[in-house]
Design a protein around this ligand. Structure first.
Ligand code: C5P
Length: 396
């Protein structure tokens, strides 16, 4: 789901994690969200309204007696204009007040008067989080249909370690996106490969492909947000694991093949995004090859197994999606690959269109022909691809 154009009220309550709400505002605005910040009096002890006004491009509301709204009903007007209210950080005190329906400041009044969904990202000391009173309040809020994001575990501002950290701003943006994504793949198991493989020559050298892993990771995230159970078999990349995705790290094509084949039969969908090395060294040296051993070494190469073709050949195997990164004649190569590997869907991209970057241009090739997608971010393209897969699956 695109967040562009969404109107979101961001409630900020009093806690040290309030400084992260500034970054959250920035990330949401970057996605095209209209962010209206509403602060509690406590939040003002940690961050200022000026920070949020500068980042959101809108005046901040903090006082229920604010006279800026012509009808003096800012709590009603602001919540009616919102598609979603997110409170981050949500303090223990705020959870208690929201759970009990108190309306003693602007934010709690807006929350009570809303007719849109409410997501809360708790942030507090671990003892405060574990306290039965807080847990009771959270259970009540959940029962009332309020979404609770996190909290995460880890080191806390007070120096203690435990559950109660606010989710990172990027994780909250992900959670908002997931909340609005139709669960088109609910109950489906999706297996993906992503990134390059690394074929050792000796303990420090190897053969690899250029692949950032971004497209595969964006697809894993989009599939997870669409309700699937996602397993990501990843070659060496420097990317964080998307929330809710199980990741298995591998290096070589043979390791990738073993990880995939162990799970393929139990999967409903297999998406092979990895840039698997076509060849590996027949026998990698156990010790580092030395330059002064005379002459230039000769490497004997052997062909790697085609993981995607093997999965596509499984009887009753998953719905298989392949990628074709080509430097020319995209359609001809992609359709040829689709037929050769017997795939229902191949995703083609020209190498010159955003290899390694955040944006890309893709065209989808299936039995109905070519479906070019407009250039977009990999996150957007991933969501469109998951939609297309969900549509094809209905008639598969
Ligand atoms: O044949 P080519 O390498 O161009 O095919 C690309 C598609 O096949 C990609 O989806 C890639 O992940 C998959 N593939 C694979 N195992 C290989 C080679 C490619 O799964 N050894």
């Amino acid at each position: 789901m695109e967040l562009k154009g969404m109107r979101l009220v961001l409630g900020v309550t009093g806690g040290i994690a309030a400084y992260k709400a500034a970054e959250l505002t920035r990330l949401l605005v970057k996605q095209g969200v209209e962010v209206q910040v509403a602060m509690t009096a406590g939040a003002g002890h940690f961050v200022t309204a000026t920070t949020f006004q500068a980042l959101s491009g809108r005046p901040v509301f903090a006082d229920q007696w604010d006279a800026r709204m012509p009808n003096a009903m800012s709590h009603i007007d602001l919540s009616r204009q919102a598609d979603l209210i997110v409170v981050a950080p949500a303090s223990a005190d705020f959870l208690a007040r929201a759970a009990h329906g108190l309306a003693d400041d602007l934010l709690t009044t807006m929350v009570l008067a809303r007719d849109c969904p409410l997501l809360l990202a708790p942030a507090m000391n671990r003892q405060m989080w574990q306290n039965p009173a807080t847990q009771r309040n959270v259970a009540q809020l959940r029962a009332d249909g309020v979404g609770i994001l996190g909290p995460a575990s880890g080191e806390q501002a007070c120096g203690e370690v435990g559950a109660g950290r606010m989710l990172e701003p990027a994780e909250i943006v992900d959670a908002v996106q997931a909340f609005f994504t139709p669960k088109r793949l609910a109950g489906k198991k999706v297996l993906l490969t992503a990134g390059p493989t690394f074929e050792a020559i000796d303990p420090v050298r190897g053969i690899t492909n250029l692949s950032s892993g971004r497209m595969g990771y964006a697809l894993a995230r989009a599939a997870q947000q669409a309700g699937a159970e996602v397993m990501l078999v990843s070659g060496p990349v420097a990317l964080p694991t998307p929330a809710g995705v199980e990741r298995i790290d591998v290096h070589s094509a043979l390791e990738m093949q073993a990880a995939v084949m162990a799970r393929a039969a139990a999967s409903d969908i297999f998406i092979a995004v990895a840039a698997v090395a076509d060849y590996r060294v027949a026998k990698a040296a156990e010790q580092k090859l030395k330059k002064d051993q005379g002459g230039v070494p000769t490497l004997e190469l052997v062909e790697n197994p085609d993981i995607l073709a093997a999965v596509a050949a499984l009887e009753n195997g998953p719905f298989c999606v392949g990628f074709a990164a080509e430097s020319e004649n995209l359609e001809a190569h992609a359709q040829a690959k689709r037929q050769k590997k017997k795939l229902p869907l191949v995703v083609g991209n020209l190498i010159q269109d955003g290899f390694g970057g955040d944006d890309s241009r893709l065209a989808l090739f299936d039995e109905h022909g070519a479906h070019p997608l407009p250039p977009a971010s990999k996150a957007t393209l991933a969501r469109q691809l998951i939609e297309h897969i969900a549509n094809l699956l209905r008639s598969y």
